[in-house]
Every structure is written in structure tokens, then in C-alpha cells.
Design a protein around this ligand. Sequence first.
Ligand SMILES: Nc1ncnc2c1ncn2[C@@H]1O[C@H](COP(=O)(O)OP(=O)(O)OP(=O)(O)O)[C@@H](O)[C@H]1O
Length: 694
Amino acid sequence: MRRLKFKSRQFRQERRSLEVQEIDLLEKWIEYGKPDPGSNPLSFPLLQKESPVGQMNENEFSRYAGCELFRQLPLSKKTRDGLKGSSYIKMTDIQRASLPHSLCGRDILGAAKTGSGKTLAFVIPILEKLHRLRWGPEDGVGSIIISPTRELASQLFDVLNSVGKFHGFSAGLLIGGRKGVDTEKERVNELNIVVCTPGRLLQHMDETPNFECSELQVLVLDEADRILDIGFKKALNSIVSQLPKQRQTLLFSATQTKSVQDLARLSLKDPEYLSVHEEAITATPQKLQETAMVVPLDQKLDLLWSFIKAHLTSTILVFLTSRKQVKFVFEAFKKLHPGIPLKCLHGKMNQEKRLATYSQFCGTRAVLFSTDVSSRGLDFDKAVDWVVQVDCPADVATYIHRVGRTARYDTAGRSILFLEPSEVKILEKLKAAKIPIKSTKVNENRLQPVSALLASLLVKFPDMQHLARRAFITYLKAIHKEKDKEIFDVMKLPIEEFSASLGLPMTPKLRPATRVLKKKKKLKINVHRPVGTRVVFDEDGHALPPLATLADRNNGDSSPRIDVDKVQGRYEMMRQKLEEEDQEDKLQARQLRKEKRMKKKMKWQRERLEEEEDDELLGSFGDEEDATAAGRSSKKQKTRGSGSQVVELHALLTFGDCDTQLLQSISLAHLCFRGTCSSEIDLEVCGDASSLAS
Ligand SMILES: Nc1ncnc2c1ncn2[C@@H]1O[C@H](COP(=O)(O)OP(=O)(O)OP(=O)(O)O)[C@@H](O)[C@H]1O
């Protein structure tokens, strides 16, 4: 047994040196085959499947720009094994075009159709870059992947988990509201790869002590155009200002931004623009059949109900404009029992429910009513048969993302768009954007009216009346707010008929927006008022504004006038003072963080050195030292581990509101569960985690 342990240490050393050799080889290979900046590897002659791969002779390597199999790329064994384990063999176009550039460390601006495999195009370079840098727990956050929604972040995390399972990086999913943030704070500093939504990342940057990303290597923005748009502007600017400028940045989306201003915000360095489907005849997947139907607003629910009743064995994703509409249609249709499971998803649902709904919907026959929270990035296991857009999308990009939830990778799919007659102008815009959408007429004979059923439902369940009213109002408000007035005109809508179609007995009154004037706050005497903030009154008993004390009384006027220069001077002085103090504070905090990091790093390096010395000692002293060294080295194995044969359970941690339990179980297992694949070497278990060893 002792001998076996000695072997396992030697094995670890050998493995480490093999890893160093592999990295050296990969770096040479990448350097050798770098494609020219600005070139598109898709236009290179295809590398034959049977061509030799890797090092040809001392200074010659096989070509990787222009290859189509993952195994022909300069990737580590761990990544290759991860890809193979997930059955990824052949690259998609965006992967073929971008990976040769991103593996060399270049910034990428990648655009490709929905469902075309953009996720792997950024997950692989992250794993490879950190692997080649031999990134470890003590190095902190090496990569951040930002996604606009929690579901998408969680899905990206799953892909990272499956492809990166042979690497020893710790990764965390940081999403969600206030809940769970404290648990995350305790562990977030140990992460190497962070998958997150902008809000949660910023929350940690602001609140978590010592959380910093000053060593960041790769920043990824998935659905980049969405993250760069106005809704996330403030958050993203704050995030980027806290990241080092020296980093690789990868931006991907099906509808990519080219705004120079946007890109300047991210300080991209000579990015490679790779829009692989720009030349394609269509902007949407080839196997997607797209149809539009013109139907008056008051018949949309009839059409939707008839559609669902006619497709009871399908998986259908239905998009509506507002959360209130989603709630109403879902609750109402559920009570009418259409004969197929119904689900709903919107941004105000709690996170656990959102994630549960998302995973339940994957691969089952069901109808999911959703707002645009599901429109981007989600890969419902390639199982959505139909995308139904009951309400017109805000713009062409939204249309592309919504229909992109079906016909993913190489599967087929169908979509249908219900258009109010006043909205038909969008068809021209869709066609101009190379979207092959065909218009068909509604077959009135097959329409199953649902309005009467809804009216009786609203009588039976008075709560539903409120939902219906809210759905009505929020829809009209949303249309009123839409920017594209050529398509959206609330005045052209049949408002009364629409209200009746929801089952409402009377059309709710739409009041013009009024400003609610707040009551003037009563002034109270604050006895705890800090010294120096005394209120000064004039002779008539009126409180003087604070700056009146600075007024220039020497100009002869009876009423004192503010001396603007004096006031500005004082402000300027205060501003300067504050800025100086701020700078000092920042410097101090940075210094402290740096020292702490250095200490941690030194400690880890010392431990590793000791471990290596131990190994060498063991080599000379043999079996005697084994027993004492075993405990110590097992402990070290907890924090640092790599290698193809040793399986460590600490590989990936999951953070997030719903994962507290999982987090606990992983940290338990993380204690020191270590098994080896070699039949020669026995399981080595330390401490009280022995019960986990079986
Ligand atoms: N090389 C590949 N071989 C086989 N399947 C792949 C490959 N790359 C990606 N896929 C599969 O294709 C599907 C779509 O991939 P992915 O979600 O990355 O698309 P996307 O381009 O990011 O889509 P969207 O624009 O909607 O976000 C996934 O189910 C994924 O597993």
C-alpha cells in the first residue's frame, strides 16, 4: 500500500511535467499556424480528415486554420476529452471561423445565426487560455462570461461544465436577486471562471470584500448587442471600468453590433469581425419555415387557442408582449383545459421557478407562454417544434432571436407570426433583412372562438377580471411605448373589440398619465443634526439657504447676493479634496488587496514547493516517510489538482440561489475525495471524508 502511494506521487510529478510539455507544444503549434489577421479561416482549403495532426517534425506543425474537426485544433487533451465526451466532433461554421483566431488570443466580434454553436466558440478559448497559463485557485478570476438573462447564464454554465469537466478550474454561476448573495460572497473569491448576469456581477464588485478581477484574462459578452444596449449601459460601464485593459475580449451574437461607440467602450484591440452567415441567402436558420398571418387584434386569442388545440402533441413556445398578458393567457387557458400541459415564464418569477420551468419545458410536449426573457440564447434541447409570436416583435433583431429558439443546430422548426392589420409593415422590414417569411390567410372555418369561454370564466373567477384588465392595459401601454411608429400605432387598434376578446364585460378606462403630486414634507427639527449644519434665519424669520452665508454683502445692495465665484471656488475646493481622499482610499484598498493576494500566492507556492520536496525526499527515503507525508499531501490535493487520471470532485462549483444545497454537498465532497483510475493505485482517503470513498 505504501509503495502504491509513493507511486501515485511520482505519477503526479510525471503528470505535471507532461502537462508542461503539452503546453509548450501547444504554444509552438498555435504560433506556427496563426492565421493572418483579418482572414476568414472558412475560406481556407479544407484540411483532409486523414491528414496527420500536431507536430510534423521539430519546427513544423499541422495547419489548423481551415480544419473542420475539433481534434485538428491545437487543444489540450482535457478539452479534447471534454468535447468528445459531449459528442462534439465536427465544428460548426462560426467555430471554424473564430477558433483559429481566438486561440491565438485575438479579440473577436462574432456573428452567426441562432443555434449555430456560438457558445463553444467562446467556451473553448477560455478553457485553453487558462490551461496554458496554468491558472490555479490562487490566481483568482481568469475569465468572466456575461449573459443578459439568468436562464441563458445557467445554460452557458452547463456547457462550460460538460466541456470543461476534465480541467481543474473552479467556476461559479452568479445570477439572481438578493437571495443567496451572502452564501456566494463567502466563496466567490475562489472562482476562476465566472458566468453571470451584469447586475449580479456588479453587486459582487460593489459589495464583496476582496472580490476583484484585476488579473482577468478573457471577457466574454454573449448576446453582445443586448448587453451593450441601453438597458445594461450603466452596469456594463461600471463593470468594464473595474477590469484590466490588457485582456482578450470575445463578443458573440446572432444580431451583432457594429457601433464603433459600443466597441470603444470595451477597448477592443484590432478585433476580428467574423460574420459567418453574412453571405447566406437567409438571416434565419435554413431549416426554419416561417409564416405570418394577418389577424385582427380581437381574434388573436381565438387563433392561438385554435392553434394549440390543433397541435396537442407539439412543443410550442408562445411570445406575448407583457408579463401581465403572459399571466392572463396562461391562467385563463389553464382553466379551459386545452389537453396539453401549459407553462409560463417571465422576468418577475422567482429564480428557482424560472429555472425549473425552463428545464421542465425542454423535451416535453407542452406550451410555454413567455415574454422576451426567453427570446435570446436559450437552447431548449433542440426540442421546440413551433415558435408562435402572438404579439408583433419590437424589431427585426427581436424577431430573429424569438424564432431562433427552434430549428437549432441541424434540426428543423416552424414559426408563425400573428400580425394585426396595422402592423403588416414589419413584413417589408423582415424581408429586407433576408428573412424568408411567407404570408398565409387564416382559415376562418377552423377558428375556435374562445372569447365567450373567457367571458364566462371571468364571471366564475372574479380574480381573473383583474388579470384581464391588467393584460389589456399593459398591452396598450407597451404598444404606445414602442419606438417604431410606422408599425405600432395604438390609435389604429380596435380597442373595444380587443377588450371584449379578453372576456371583459366593459372596456377599462385608459387615463392619460397624470403626475401624482407628493405632499410637501413637513420640516422637523433634527436634534441629531451634525455640528456645523445650523439653519440660519433672516430678520423676517425665513430660513436662509445654506449658501446665503457666503453671499457677498459688501456690494451695497440691501438684499444680499450670492457671490458666484466664491461659491464655485468653495465647491471646487471641496471636489478636489474629495477626489484626493477618494484616490488615497482606492490606492490603500488596492495595496491591501495586492498584499493579501501576494501572501496567498506565496503561501500556495511554498506549499507546492514543500510538496515537491516531499516527493523528492520520498524518492530517496522510500516507504518510511509515507505514513506522515500522506495526510499532508492529501490535504494539498484538495486545493490543487490536475492530470488525466486523478479524478477530483472539486472541479466545478455551482453558485446561485437554488444551488445552496448543491454547494454544500459539493464542498463536502470537495473535502478530499480522490480516486484514481489505475488499478494499481488504491483509493486514498483522508480525514473524516472516508465515508465518501466508496
Ligand atoms: N460542433 C457541434 N457539433 C454538434 N452540436 C453542436 C456543435 N456546436 C453546437 N452544437 C449544438 O447546437 C445547439 C446550439 O448551440 P448554441 O446554443 O451554442 O447556439 P448559439 O449560436 O449560441 O444560438 P443563439 O444565437 O440562439 O444563442 C446546441 O444544442 C449545441 O449543443
